[in-house]
Ligand binder design. Structure first.
Ligand code: IPM
Ligand code: MG
Length: 331
């Protein structure tokens, strides 16, 4: 039987995860949902942001559905909630992070490398007090994500924008060389290189020009928040983090929003859309995934949450989504 590991996470995580669980139970009643700890909640309970039991449960799962992690209480601590998330991504080798943004005439997909670069390079403190993080990429690490980008572009509008900082960084020059080397194998894809600062401006001013954007970890982190902001806001943006085999991680792009946690007003749409991606890509339940995505769209129009200028609570939007699933299921 397929098994979903639900990691509710921190801040608004438990509130939005509850709605995701209800939607999942409705759409995939045969799927077992197991819960485990990650992030600040896990540090409080066990001292570790990713306890061994969570790692084992993730490896044993068909797919992982994850809420946001992070808590200001640990901002200055050595052991931080985010470390649990980074370790989980590395453990599952979930290197291909797909972050779609769709609104109006914008339909773009950011393909972010997720287990390399600055997030995972050597870091430390020198004797004189200098602190350093390093950005490292092996050519194979670049090639596998770039190939994902090309393959995804092939199945869409056939345009790939590779984003780097090749006018400054050696890792970016490697990135460009790899893109140019594999490009002839994808003759149906039109590829362009774009510097990341320019890409940020282009995303802010004319996001409709993009189809697929492929980029390294840190650039992808920043650009995906920007893409979300210009297509309806962070409350709506889902993501899928996939490996070549084994369970993927499905999680909203947004953070744990501690400022509104516990008030029942967080928008669960990004978490529900991540659940739709999980149904589709994690469990192979295409019709159910599409139905959930459509129900979320319809529900958002009927019961917008405060971040969208409305007044629906987390639970009200969740209920509206389930109501829309019923409406759709009616003959
Ligand atoms: C994201 C988040 C994470 C990241 C944080 C919480 C570590 O911002 O998924 O975009 O930087 O990858
Ligand atoms: Mg981010």
């Amino acid at each position: 039987m397929a098994k979903v590991l639900l990691l509710a996470g921190d801040g608004i995580g438990p509130e939005i995860a509850a709605e995701a669980k209800l939607a999942l139970e409705r759409l995939a009643p045969g799927v077992e949902v197991e819960e485990a700890l990650i992030g600040a909640a896990a540090i409080r309970a066990t001292g570790s942001p990713l306890p061994d039991e969570t790692v084992a449960a993730a490896h044993a799962a068909t797919a992982v559905l994850k809420g946001p992690v992070g808590d200001p209480e640990f901002d200055a601590a050595d052991v931080r909630p985010e470390q649990g998330l980074l370790k989980l991504r590395a453990e599952l080798d979930a290197y291909a992070n797909l972050r779609p943004s769709v609104q109006g005439d914008v339909d773009l997909l950011i393909v972010r490398e997720l287990v390399g670069g600055l997030y995972f390079g050597a870091r430390g403190v020198r004797e004189d007090g200098t602190v350093f993080d390093t950005c490292e990429y092996h050519p194979d690490q670049v090639e596998r994500i770039v190939r994902r980008g090309f393959a995804l572009a092939e199945g869409r509008r056939g345009r790939l924008t590779s984003v780097d900082k090749a006018n400054v960084l050696d890792t970016s020059r490697l990135w460009r060389r790899v893109v140019d080397r594999v490009a002839p194998e994808y003759p149906d894809v039109q590829v362009e290189h774009m510097l990341v600062d320019n890409a940020a401006m282009q995303l802010a001013t004319s996001p409709e020009q993009f189809d697929v954007i492929v980029t390294e970890n840190m650039f992808g982190d920043i650009l995906s928040d920007l893409a979300a902001a210009v297509t309806g806001g962070l409350g709506l943006a889902p993501s899928a983090s996939l490996s070549d085999s084994g369970p993927g991680i499905f999680e909203p792009v947004h953070g744990s929003a501690p400022d509104i946690a516990g008030r029942g007003i967080a928008n669960p749409a990004a978490m529900l859309r991540s659940t739709a991606l999980l149904l589709e890509h994690g469990l192979g339940l295409y019709d159910e995934g599409r139905a959930l995505a459509r129900a979320v769209d319809a529900a958002l129009a009927l019961a917008p949450t405060p971040d969208l200028g409305g007044s629906a609570t987390t639970a009200e939007l969740g209920a509206k989504v389930r109501e829309q699933l019923e409406v759709e299921a009616r003959p």
